[in-house]
Each structure stands twice: as C-alpha cells, then as structure tokens.
Ligand binder design. Structure first.
Ligand SMILES: CC(C)(COP(=O)(O)OP(=O)(O)OC[C@H]1O[C@@H](n2cnc3c(N)ncnc32)[C@H](O)[C@@H]1OP(=O)(O)O)[C@@H](O)C(=O)NCCC(=O)NCCS
Length: 161
C-alpha cells in the first residue's frame, strides 16, 4: 500500500534514496522551501507502510491570463518502486490541482535523452511543443523538450456553451 501525502520539511532529510538517481535533479534547500511555502498543494510525496519515501512530485501554478498554468518542476520515483503506476498517479494529482485552480494547461521540461520519462508523458497525453537548446547544463549541455497538456476545464466548457 502506498500513501500519497503533502511533502513535509523533514522529508528533505529522507529522500536521498529517490534523489540518488542521475536523472533526478537535487536542488539547494532554499529551492525546496520556496515550493513548500508557496505551492504546498503541488508538493506531494509517496510513502510506503514502513516509512520509506518512494517518490515525489513538486510543481507550481504560474503565468497570467491565458498563460495561467500548472508546471511540473520535479518528478521522481525510487528505482525499486518504478513501473507500478506511481508517477502516473502523482501526475494525475497535479493535473487535478491545476484544474481546481482554473489553469489552462500543465507544462514541464524533460531531457531529450530521457526516453522513459518522454514515453511516460506521451502516454499521459502530453505533446512536445518546443525544443529548448542546451536547457540542461552539465559537462555537455543537453536540450529539453517542453511538453504540455491541455485539458478541457469546466470554465472552458462554460465559456463554450
Ligand atoms: C520517469 C519516472 C518518474 C516514471 O515513474 P514510474 O512510477 O515508473 O512510472 P509509471 O509506472 O507511472 O509509468 C507510466 C508509463 O510510463 C511508461 N514507462 C515507465 N517506465 C518505463 C520504462 N522503463 N520503459 C518504457 N516505458 C516506461 C509506460 O508507458 C508506463 O505505463 P505502463 O506501465 O502502463 O506501460 C521514473 O522512471 C523516474 O523517476 N525516473 C528518474 C527521474 C526522471 O526521469 N523524472 C522525470 C524528469 S522530467
């Protein structure tokens, strides 16, 4: 059984098993704290019955006017808990929160070489809308796919009526 609950400050000291993955970015503490303070509803963690952090998602709502949207900043599931549909559940949760906030779409960036994540986002309905050159810095900079998902929200349906 897996619990999805809001991320807490102390989880920052317990999520190394998830972040040791080379495709998972580790940020400075202030970055996580900023997300916890501003968008706590967008920061959710998966926990096993014996208290192991299985994965998490961190995001936000941003933009103005028709660009008001949800954004996925980080999504990672620990290797031993992959392919159980957990990332899909976290994404569904973030999309639901974005719907409730009247967001027009959800977007994210993903490494062009990250075939597993690219496949997952495509399965979830996301499309590539641009390629950002050298978005990821490193020994060799890497491009990112900017992906987005548009959902017909209640407010759009009402406008269309
Ligand atoms: C990408 C990641 C989050 C997927 O997590 P997950 O919990 O294993 O994903 P799910 O089980 O929800 O998979 C959803 C779909 O993604 C695709 N997928 C997931 N893992 C896959 C794999 N190894 N090979 C091919 N497709 C895969 C499948 O279509 C899958 O659906 P299916 O199992 O019904 O076929 C996980 O591999 C991860 O944490 N990777 C490292 C960090 C990362 O890349 N994060 C994304 C950064 S933008």
């Amino acid at each position: 059984m897996t619990t999805i609950r809001p991320f807490r400050c102390e989880d920052l000291f317990r999520f190394n098993n998830v972040n040791l993955d080379p495709l998972t970015e580790t940020y400075g503490l202030p970055f996580y704290m900023q997300y916890l303070a501003h968008w706590p509803e967008y920061f959710q963690v998966l926990e096993s019955p014996n208290g192991i952090i299985m994965g998490y998602i961190m995001g936000k709502a941003e933009g103005s006017g028709e660009q008001w949207h949800g954004h996925v900043t980080a999504l990672s599931v620990a290797p031993e808990f992959r392919r159980l549909g957990l990332a899909g559940k976290l994404m569904n949760g973030l999309e639901e929160i974005s719907e409730r906030k009247w967001c027009y779409f959800v977007d994210l960036f993903v490494r062009v070489s990250n075939k597993v994540a690219v496949a997952m986002y495509e399965k979830l309905g996301y499309s590539v809308y641009r390629r950002v050159l050298e978005y990821y810095s490193g020994d060799v900079d890497e491009d990112a796919f900017g992906k987005f998902l548009v959902k017909i929200s209640l407010h759009l349906v009402l406008v269309n009526l």
